[in-house]
Ligand binder design. Structure first.
Ligand code: FES
Length: 135
């Protein structure tokens, strides 16, 4: 088994006697040890990018590793937004990375026609005055 792991830790013990778990990530098969999280098993297999930012496409991976930041979210057996750092791998688990999503404000013509600031919006809508409330 490919291993970037510490397989014999003075406090955590040895991994050698744990059962091997097989799972897939983006269709590719990997192996981990029973009791590992998805994040730990993927990192041990050399996978550092768990998803890409939905709008920019920049790579994301483990950040806090304690369940707070949600940077590690993946889709597990069709359940989206699963934290890889908090979820234990199971046999035949099917894990998918987070993908780039279509930007909601972009049309086929792009977003250049949308006002970027309130001042630009107010300039396009001259009857609207400061202090007017949306109802
Ligand atoms: S790395 Fe922060 S929630 Fe998983």
């Amino acid at each position: 088994m490919n291993s970037n792991r510490i397989i014999d830790h003075p406090v955590l013990g040895s991994f050698e006697d744990r059962p091997i778990i097989r799972f897939t990530f983006d269709g590719k098969e990997y192996e981990g040890f029973q009791g590992e999280t998805i994040a730990a098993a993927l990192l041990a297999n050399g996978v550092r990018t768990l998803r890409v930012h939905e709008e920019s496409g920049s790579p994301r991976g483990i950040y806090c590793n304690i369940g707070h930041c949600f940077e590690c979210r993946v889709t597990v057996n069709n359940q989206s937004n699963t934290r890889a750092c908090m979820t234990e791998i199971k046999e035949h688990m099917r894990i998918e990375s987070g993908k780039l999503q279509p930007a909601p404000l972009k049309s086929e013509a792009g977003s250049a026609h949308l006002p970027r600031t309130y001042a630009a919006f107010a300039e396009k809508h001259p009857t609207r005055k400061d202090g007017d409330l949306d109802v």
